[in-house]
Design a binder for this molecule. Structure first.
Ligand SMILES: Cc1cc2nc3c(=O)[nH]c(=O)nc-3n(C[C@H](O)[C@H](O)[C@H](O)COP(=O)(O)OP(=O)(O)OC[C@H]3O[C@@H](n4cnc5c(N)ncnc54)[C@H](O)[C@@H]3O)c2cc1C
Ligand code: SF4
Length: 594
């Protein structure tokens, strides 16, 4: 050990959204915080000026901002009978790798989960009877509540949205419904901080079509700001220019909600905050009694090893690395699918997604007008917003007509079926179809199962000699049936809109494959709950087995909603941070008896 750092009140591992929110809340409460981030510093003005940012080849095609494969990957298999092999390119997994994490280059779709998502077990039994819940459980579904309700989460959702400046239109304020917003959403305490984004040509067509079908369209809540905004931390953001180079790119315009734009300008000025960049945490180190962590071991870019002592350890290293760090730190017990014992790695889960494409002869969609979260959605078939009586599944999906980007390289694959792929006919087809395409994205819930889990790989190791994380996962019957139902609904919308050359891609129709996914929304593995036999963390994201360890990220979700995860991650981070400085520091002990 060569570097011994001064003891901190709190050490935070990973400085993405979760780490930044935690650090802001805890330093404002007066705690001395050290964050350790394995990626480099990233700054809006120097790293993403508008002249550099629209480099599609660099950022989107080559994914230059994601964690390099040479640093770490995961291994994957569909079931325990197979031998896992390393994942060799980033598709399903898109790990962040810089100060700001993936929050620097996310798209900005800023969802709250539905009240049902937090209580799938209770609400399924209440609405459809306990026999339905038990029969799904008998099939192997791990249906369980989160230990918090939507109502518990509302103030923390509100806080995160204010920090992020989220643009949107409320559909439900304190129970009163508002047309134009999402009338299916859980009650909000107030309107979004900034108004909704404007419609693109395709969004207007989609909105008109679904309106005519009797559904309830609304503009997606966005982290691409519709107007200038000053957040509660005093940070100013500018309006989005609909540049269309958003996800996988940084925003040079200070318009995308991100740790860089919303939190770091304030955090970096606080004397009680320190960040160590290009420094990787290897694992937590336990005290002799084995009940708490005394700090973390790390290694710098130069290969020097060190130790950071702290009273409180917070893992905010993204869903996968949170679980890996728990296993490497030997906190809790590895989940075993045979015996159904152990909780670390349990409830690993993905998301059921599908897309439908169609073409509108003569249309001028102008897809170069775009933003990461620009789209119109219906939630009529999301979560439990519709009656599942007589259906053989639970859950559902948001169905959106989106205009997130018009990237010229990516779009060349979106031609009408049968188009030539080279020469002048290809050029002609591309010029036509770039303007005439409309796309629908179906983002579905997913329920965790007995057979899907995370563990350390017995064979493959990272550059430091530590085991890679192994994923064992395939779609379950409920998710496959649900995804097929939702894909058919989306196709009906495309037909109703009058498209030709319609094609569908339902990812859950075949076995899960990390190279063929439309979503990076991977969850679970260190889940929260009120029952310690089925969860790794209590409802404040405190480890049941190690009371000075808090683990924040989508690793805490026991099941996946039909939404992107980040606003729920941010809200959980605010809640956990407040529990730490309001309760835990005065009485360092389990916050919940379990
Ligand atoms: C292209 C793209 C588009 C997306 N679009 C959306 C969207 O529209 N809406 C949405 O809700 N979500 C979206 N997401 C997901 C979103 O980015 C993540 O949910 C969010 O960033 C997770 O935040 P986090 O803080 O938990 O993790 P991260 O942002 O991944 O931050 C974790 C940080 O920890 C660091 N780290 C990991 N291990 C270690 C270690 N051992 N030592 C030190 N540091 C470590 C990593 O380098 C990283 O910087 C998108 C993601 C991608 C990649
Ligand atoms: S679309 Fe808007 S938020 Fe996204 S990068 Fe461009 S200006 Fe920024």
């Amino acid at each position: 050990m060569t570097i011994e750092r001064p003891k901190a009140d709190v050490v935070i591992v990973g400085l993405g959204w979760a780490g930044s929110v935690m650090a802001e809340e805890l330093t404002r409460a007066g705690l001395n915080v050290v964050a350790i981030e394995r990626g480099a510093w990233r700054d809006t003005s120097t790293d993403f000026p508008p002249a550099v940012d629209p480099d599609e080849l660099k950022w989107h095609t080559r994914r230059s901002m994601l964690q390099p494969m040479s640093v770490e990957t995961t291994t994957f298999r569909n079931n325990s009978g197979q031998t896992a092999a390393p994942v060799r390119n980033w598709n399903a997994y898109q790990f962040g790798w810089n100060v700001g994490g993936a929050g620097t280059h996310w798209a900005g779709m800023s969802w709250r989960f539905t009240p049902w998502d937090f209580q799938v077990a209770t609400q399924t039994a209440e609405r459809y009877g306990s026999a339905k819940l038990e029969s799904l459980r008998a099939e192997g579904l791990h249906l369980q509540d989160w230990g918090v309700t939507y109502e518990d989460m509302e103030p923390y959702y509100d806080r995160f949205e204010r920090i992020a400046g989220t643009s949107g239109k409320a559909g439900n304020i304190k129970g009163q419904k508002f047309e134009g917003g999402n009338v299916f959403e859980g009650p909000r305490s107030r309107e979004y901080p900034t108004p909704a984004l404007k419609d693109s040509a395709w969004m207007a067509k989609y909105r008109e079509t679904v309106n005519g079908m009797g559904y309830h369209p609304f503009t997606i809540p966005a982290g691409n700001l519709s107007q200038a905004y000053v957040n509660p931390l005093g940070v100013t953001m500018g309006p989005c220019t609909y540049c269309g180079f958003c996800d996988f790119h940084g925003c040079g315009n200070f318009s995308k909600s991100s740790p860089q734009a919303c939190i770091l300008p304030v955090l970096m000025r606080r004397p009680n905050f320190t960040v160590l960049t290009e420094t990787e945490v290897l694992h937590g180190v336990k005290h002799e009694d084995g009940k708490t962590l005394k700090g973390v071991n790390f290694v710098t870019r130069e290969g020097e090893e060190g130790f950071q002592e702290a009273d409180i350890v917070v893992f905010t290293a993204y869903q996968m690395d949170n679980v890996r760090l728990m296993l490497l730190s030997q906190v809790g017990t590895q989940y075993d699918p045979e015996t159904q014992t152990g909780t670390i790695g349990r409830n690993y889960n993905y998301q059921t997604c599908a897309s439908v494409s169609g073409f509108f002869p003569g249309a001028k969609m102008n897809p170069f007008v775009g933003a990461g979260a620009l789209g119109v959605q219906i939630d009529d078939f999301n979560g439990d917003n519709f009656d599942h009586t007589g259906l053989n599944f639970i859950g559902g999906a948001g169905i959106m007509g989106y205009s997130t980007d018009g990237r010229p390289i990516a779009k060349m694959n979106g031609l009408r079926p049968g188009s030539k792929r080279w020469g002048s006919e290809w050029k002609e087809a591309y010029a036509r179809d770039y303007q005439e395409a409309g796309n629908i994205f179906v983002q579905g819930t997913s329920q965790s199962t007995r057979d899907a889990y995370l563990s350390l790989d017995p064979t493959y190791k990272d550059r430091h000699g530590q085991p890679l994380l192994r994923t064992t996962f395939d779609w379950n019957r409920n998710d496959r049936d649900m995804a097929a139902y939702m894909t058919a609904k989306a196709k009906e919308i495309m037909i109703e809109a009058g498209a030709e050359g319609i094609s569908t891609d339902n990812q859950a129709a075949e076995s899960w494959n990390p190279y063929k996914q439309h979503s990076s929304h991977t969850i679970g593995g260190a889940v929260m709950g009120a029952d310690r036999s089925t969860s790794a963390l209590n409802p404040y994201l405190q480890s049941w087995d190690c009371h000075n360890l808090f683990v924040v990220g989508a690793s805490a979700f026991p099941n996946n909603g039909g939404y992107n995860p980040t606003v729920t991650v941010g809200a959980l981070a605010v809640r956990a941070a407040q529990a730490i400085h309001e309760k835990y520091v005065n009485n360092p002990a389990p916050l919940v008896e379990g």
